[in-house]
Design a protein around this ligand. Structure first.
Ligand SMILES: Cc1cc2nc3c(=O)[nH]c(=O)nc-3n(C[C@H](O)[C@H](O)[C@H](O)COP(=O)(O)OP(=O)(O)OC[C@H]3O[C@@H](n4cnc5c(N)ncnc54)[C@H](O)[C@@H]3O)c2cc1C
Length: 303
């Protein structure tokens, strides 16, 4: 397959991440099939290039100097979603979504079908593939609660894995492993009361809007929840709510201390990383707790 014609050169990553930072990817492609993904991996191997799979860029900090490799972005060209009956049990339905489908679309589809269990996903700005990789979750539920099967590519082959909770951990999964690319999710959801489901979606959306800085560029929670603590609380207790090192725009959100934001969209990744490091140092000095990044780094060095 002539894969060359879908590969672009020097594509700026900044608009493709919710943090709104990042330089150019030397090579970039948005495949529309699993075959194209395999072709792209082969292209990377043949040219000794590293590759990085990007979803909706809502948990990625792309380096200011860009990425000297191939970014494979799974977006709406692989964004199909469909709902099917569960032939074994009329109380349930399956939703099958390609990796590039937005998670909010997945959650909204479930709600519109009167299916419960995916309400948590409506407000998470990732793709289905990124959500499986990260085991995204909120308000006491996550992907592991609803996933029954995941399609992925490994060693140049499409594989289908029946999954259970054991395949997922806190903000990680079996698929968060070098060389595994998620291409689709099949979830099983129970039929419920559509009005109650929509009411719950609305309630969660309102909670999010009230507590999170959703109008400022960010990656959501910057740090993982440390065992026995909340990252935001530790940061706040260290007096860092609203803190910034300089006027770069990199700032601890005054609304939610767990979010590092790019105020005004003018900061670079280096400013964000510098702030992250300084938060980690201060919190460690004050509490002895090491804050580990939940955000992932594309290119450059992890700070
Ligand atoms: C305002 C805001 C609120 C948020 N709230 C939440 C929340 O409540 N809960 C939560 O869990 N997260 C939350 N997040 C973080 C983020 O939305 C999730 O982590 C989401 O699952 C990331 O999906 P993505 O498609 O954007 O992945 P990306 O950011 O594009 O990538 C994240 C990681 O997944 C890998 N990846 C992406 N797609 C694939 C694939 N198809 N196959 C293999 N690897 C892949 C990437 O290589 C990268 O390492 C929030 C972010 C923002 C900006």
């Amino acid at each position: 397959m002539p894969i060359g014609n879908i590969i672009q050169r020097d594509v700026i990553l900044k608009p493709l991440t919710t943090m709104k930072t990042g330089g150019a990817a030397a090579f970039f492609a948005e495949p529309s099939s699993e075959e194209e993904i395999i072709g792209l991996i082969n292209f990377a191997k043949e040219n000794s290039l590293p590759y990085f799979v990007l979803g909706n860029g809502s948990n990625v900090i792309a380096d200011d100097d860009g990425y000297d490799g191939l970014v494979i972005r799974l977006g709406n060209k692989m964004g199909e979603i469909c709902v099917q009956d569960d032939a074994q049990d009329p109380e349930y339905k399956f939703i099958t979504a390609q990796a590039g489908c937005l998670l909010s679309k997945f959650g909204n589809t479930a709600a519109a079908e009167g299916l419960e269990g995916a309400e948590f996903s409506c407000g998470i700005p990732g793709s289905v593939g990124g959500a499986v990789f990260m085991n995204a979750g909120a308000y006491g539920a996550d992907i592991s609660d609803i996933a029954v099967e995941v399609r992925y590519i490994e060693d140049g082959q499409v594989k289908v894995k029946e999954v259970s909770k054991d395949d997922f951990g806190y903000r990680t999964s079996f698929f968060a492993h070098e060389g595994r690319i998620v291409t689709g999710l099949k979830a099983r959801l129970k039929k419920g009361d559509i009005d109650k489901i929509n009411e719950y979606v609305k309630e969660l959306r309102e909670k999010r809007t009230a507590s999170q800085p959703l109008t400022v560029p960010s990656c959501g929670s910057t740090f993982k929840r440390p065992e026995g603590h909340f990252a935001g609380k530790l940061i706040q207790d260290s007096g860092l709510k609203g803190f910034s090192l300089d006027d770069s725009g990199a700032e601890v959100s005054p609304k939610h201390a767990g979010f590092v934001v790019n105020n005004g969209g003018k900061a670079g990744s280096k400013d964000i990383k510098k702030l992250i490091r300084s938060i980690q140092d201060k919190v460690f000095a004050d509490s002895g707790v090491k804050l580990e990044c939940e955000v992932r780094f594309l290119g450059g060095k992890e700070e």
